[in-house]
Design a protein around this ligand. Structure first.
Ligand code: ZN
Length: 291
């Protein structure tokens, strides 16, 4: 059975087709330009597969997820040039008469990690997923469902206690300055040090500051919703960085609640090379088809 996946990012689109064991059969990656040009490219790609049974779209946002809302399926208040108020899902519904699931990019990744954990017999019913890349976003799954009713969670924009050595940095979020995204998104490296993150060695103190903030995000997820595990993906995250995050997390939590072994609790994605959203989309497309 053929299923389709669109991971719609602010810089690139990843379209893929696969089957119901979540294996990718073909993949097509192209840059995100104007809505018209980009969405048409994606439509043309899936038109090559008339046997497609269902599709799932995991998009950058913010997006409208309330099914009863007149703007359901829209990208709404995005700062991305030209994409504000784009009827993303509508374009696809006009072109494909198949079930289409609609969610955020980070929910897609969260679901992919949830499905993989289940496949690998990790007995979990909940999960938090944070992506730390160009921006910061988070998705939360509880008993197989995404959290968020009026909208998807925006945990990338929470406020944090500032690191004492970072008080002069104003942050880069266009809406809030020094929210989580404003303090730890990839471009903060250039804003703080003039160098790209990949060129800043892990011994640099800026990584300790980053870990202090990311650990606070993990603390918030833990205290507010007690997930079985917290996955950190995105270009900024590496295993050596998570070692620092775990150490900060342990200090901040101070054994207040039990979360098990930190090496199993705060983890990198199981699906490699940022593939979590594609796996998640295949599973969500299948779920929508079987509804
Ligand atoms: Zn913000």
């Amino acid at each position: 059975m053929l299923l389709g996946s669109i991971e719609a990012g602010g810089t690139k689109f990843v379209c893929a087709v696969g089957n119901d064991d979540y294996r990718i059969l073909d993949r097509y990656v192209f840059p995100t330009t104007t809505p018209k040009e980009t969405l048409q490219k994606a439509i043309d790609y899936f038109k090559k597969y008339p046997e497609l049974k269902a599709l799932s779209i995991a998009s950058f946002g913010p997006i409208e997820i309330r099914r009863y809302h007149k703007k359901y399926g829209f990208i709404t208040n995005t700062p991305k040039e030209g994409w504000k108020d784009t009827d993303f899902l509508g374009w696809f519904k006009e072109n494909f008469n198949i079930p289409i699931y609609w969610t955020t990019d980070v929910n897609g990744s969260a679901y992919g990690e949830y499905v993989m954990a289940t496949l690998f017999n990790q007995k979990i019913n909940s999960l938090a997923y944070y992506t730390i890349g160009t921006g910061v976003g988070a998705g939360f799954i509880s008993n197989g469902h995404f959290l968020g009713e009026l909208g998807h969670p925006e945990a990338g924009h929470v406020r944090l206690k500032r690191h004492p050595d970072d008080l002069d940095f104003p942050g880069i979020c266009p809406f809030h300055g020094d929210c989580l995204e404003g303090l730890v998104a990839g471009p903060t490296f250039e804003a703080r040090t003039g160098k790209k993150g990949k060129d800043v060695p892990l011994t640099d103190h800026v990584w300790d500051i980053m870990a202090f903030y990311v650990a606070q995000a993990a603390i918030q997820a833990t205290l507010m919703f007690r997930p079985a595990k917290i996955v950190f993906g995105g270009g900024v995250v590496s295993e050596p960085f998570l070692v620092k995050v775990r150490a900060e997390f342990a200090k901040l939590l101070n054994d207040y609640v039990e979360v098990g072994n930190l090496n199993d609790y705060i983890v990198m994605p199981m699906v490699k090379e940022n593939g979590s959203a594609t796996v998640g989309n295949f599973a969500l497309a299948l779920k929508e088809l079987n509804k």
